[in-house]
Write a protein that binds this ligand. Structure first.
Ligand SMILES: [Zn+2]
Length: 219
């Protein structure tokens, strides 16, 4: 009897831990320059004049960094301006890329910036999209099962907190070109993306199907 009670308590503890995964805060530099560049991005790319560079999340975009370590991935996002950016080249924003979350290969979730502040991670949709980056993604370092589980967990948490309508892989972003959420003003500003792939993205969506996310528009 005592033994089975112990097993029961242990099960609750394991389930309890699994449903309350720690999210470690490692904020990227968000100084006055980054705030100004983010507001400028919202204005120039989307025509949105805002007092603060805030967003109401309606979408989650999954990514991989293609960078082989947490430290180097963090460093890539930390500086406010793009490397090699020249302020004299107008029309191209100097705001550095970033994401709200960064998931290491071991499944540890790090938060880089508040969910309601705009990060530059997906053309056309940054004004409404939370970004989740995953360390790795190359042939030498594919995404792991622990990362998949962490992404599933994080999407569940975020979809419980915000009116999330879509969960997409970065490789799907151009499907939104004719969607009301698409605000990029320049028809020539596009990049080709393959991250994080259909398999990973579908598994994250499938595990969270209770939220009834809308299907990605067809092209
Ligand atoms: Zn990406």
């Amino acid at each position: 009897m005592k033994h089975s009670l112990l097993i029961l308590i242990s099960c609750f503890l394991v389930v309890g831990c699994a449903s309350n995964k720690e999210i470690i805060q490692i904020p990227i530099l968000f100084n006055d320059e980054r705030v100004a560049l983010t507001k400028e991005y919202l204005q120039q790319r989307y025509g949105l004049e805002q007092e603060a560079p805030e967003i109401i999340p309606r979408m989650i975009v999954l990514h991989w960094t293609a960078i082989p370590s947490l430290k180097k991935s963090f460093e890539a996002f930390n500086r406010p301006t793009l490397p090699n950016w020249r302020p004299d080249i107008e029309s191209v924003s100097g705001l550095n890329v970033s994401a709200h979350f960064l998931v290491d290969q071991d499944g540890t979730i790090y938060q880089l910036m508040p969910e309601n502040i705009m990060a530059r991670h997906v053309i056309g949709l940054n004004h409404c999209a939370i970004g989740i980056e995953n360390v790795g993604g190359t042939d030498d370092m594919p995404l792991t099962k622990k990362q998949l589980a962490a992404n599933i967990y994080l999407v569940k948490q975020l979809a419980s907190k915000y009116p999330i309508e879509y969960v997409i892989g970065h490789h799907e972003y151009t499907h939104f070109e004719n969607h009301p959420l698409w605000l990029e003003v320049d028809d020539g500003y596009r990049t080709t993306k393959t991250d994080p792939g259909a398999d990973f993205t579908n598994k994250v969506r499938q595990a969270n199907k209770k939220f009834n996310f809308k299907p990605v528009p067809s092209k």
